[in-house]
Design a protein around this ligand. Structure first.
Ligand SMILES: [Zn+2]
Length: 297
């Protein structure tokens, strides 16, 4: 039995998944915010409760907001800040008395979609979560590529490639640099661009709806957004050449991206033909917890 745990900022979710991808059992508990010890207890209790109900012991994979540093074994880059610097990779296996696999939430997302989601069957998959930020993950032959530094797929803090007038040096990013892909492609990035061109302060969903309804300023902002996404993804295609790129997160609900972006990326891909497909995630919000379960394949 495979158990997947998604350690989120507001809730901790646990599932068991069958070999055919069916979820047999699902449980959620609120995240004990700002308390590492209580978080550990909550995860251990959740796994034990699932195993009691299922009547068997399982493998445990955990999706976390951040990475476990291979250098120190401690959590880093987590937006659930109470986990940062804690030895989660040591404590959970000890408390659960078994090895535990960890991956960051974008990697879990990519794995879930690669195993039995929108990218099923593709050898190389790039998964992107675009919402308040822009996370990414690379999966090759149903295995997450972690990388030597645990940051494979983190394209959001590369600079936007082939910058046009007005895009360089670009907006400041929280990472300390300017012009990062995330500052253009995140939801707040789209809003900033729309406001700068004279639009009211709306979120990405509302801007997309206005563009759909024929609003010229929103339409132009969305067109710039699509062309930037095309350049940013062309940079990924030129490095890992995925068969499928899967989009998740709030902005993946903008329908026209799937048609427009692949038409726009061709001039930037170093190939006469581009067969890479751009698709919307199949598992929605469940991808993180499903991918955590699939960490044991
Ligand atoms: Zn950045």
């Amino acid at each position: 039995m495979r158990i997947g745990i998604d350690l989120g900022g507001t809730k901790i979710e646990g599932i068991t998944i069958d070999a055919d991808g069916a979820v047999r059992l699902r449980r959620r508990v609120p995240s004990p915010r700002d308390n590492y010890q209580h978080t550990l207890t909550a995860v251990v209790d959740l796994v034990r409760a699932i195993e009691r109900e299922a009547g068997e012991r399982g493998t445990v994979g955990v999706g976390i907001p951040g990475t476990i540093s291979s250098a120190t074994g401690l959590v880093k880059n987590a937006n659930s800040t109470w986990l940062i610097g804690e030895p989660l990779g040591e404590d959970l296996p000890r408390l659960l008395e078994r090895p535990v696999r960890f991956a960051n939430d974008a990697n879990c997302f990519a794995l879930s979609e690669a195993v039995d989601g929108a990218a099923a069957g593709a050898d190389v998959v790039f998964g992107v979560i675009i919402g308040t930020g822009t996370g990414g993950g690379v999966v090759v032959n149903r295995r997450v590529v972690e990388g030597a530094n645990g940051i494979a797929g983190e394209w959001g803090h590369n600079s936007l490639p082939w910058p046009r007038d007005g895009e360089w040096p670009g907006p400041p990013c929280y990472c300390g640099r300017t012009g990062c892909i995330e500052t253009f492609l995140s939801g707040p990035g789209l809003t900033r661009d729309y406001v700068a061109s004279g639009g009211p302060r709306l979120d990405a969903r509302e801007i997309a709806a206005r563009a759909c309804a024929g609003d010229a300023v929103a339409s132009a902002a969305l067109a710039r957004y699509e062309e930037r996404m095309a350049r940013a993804l062309a940079g990924v295609i030129n490095v890992v050449d995925p068969g499928v790129i899967v989009l998740g997160g709030g902005l993946s609900n903008i329908d026209r991206l799937y048609d427009s972006v692949p038409k726009l990326w061709a001039p930037f891909v170093f190939s006469d033909t581009v067969t890479t497909r751009l698709v919307r995630a199949a598992h929605g919000d469940s991808s993180g917890v499903r991918g955590a379960a699939w960490l044991w394949d």
